[in-house]
Design a protein. Structure first.
Length: 96
């Protein structure tokens, strides 16, 4: 079986990281070949990752993003104004 790395916008949805982070941890517990890039506000993400086993922490990478795309804006807006926006900030990633 080969490794799989997925990128997740953990700020999405009505609840954001309070639901996406626990779901991400469950996925990592179920699949030892899975690694995740978590895109979002690191100040909201980090508290939700406390006390994780090292085996899980090693497969998480936090990609801090200071801005988000609001629901009223389309993809063309995001592409024109992409600096600091979640989906376009891979360079901001840091290993957990």
């Amino acid at each position: 079986m080969s490794r799989l790395t997925l990128a997740l916008d953990v700020m999405g949805g009505d609840i954001g990281p309070r639901i996406t982070i626990p779901a991400s941890i469950i996925a990592l517990e179920k699949d030892p070949m899975l690694s995740l890039l978590l895109f979002g506000d690191s100040q909201q993400i980090l508290p939700l990752l406390e006390n994780l086993p090292v085996s899980i922490q090693q497969r998480l990478t936090i990609c801090h993003c200071s801005r988000k795309i609001d629901n009223e804006h389309g993809i063309s807006y995001a592409l024109r104004n992409s600096k600091g926006i979640y989906a376009f900030s891979y360079r901001s990633c840091t290993k957990r």
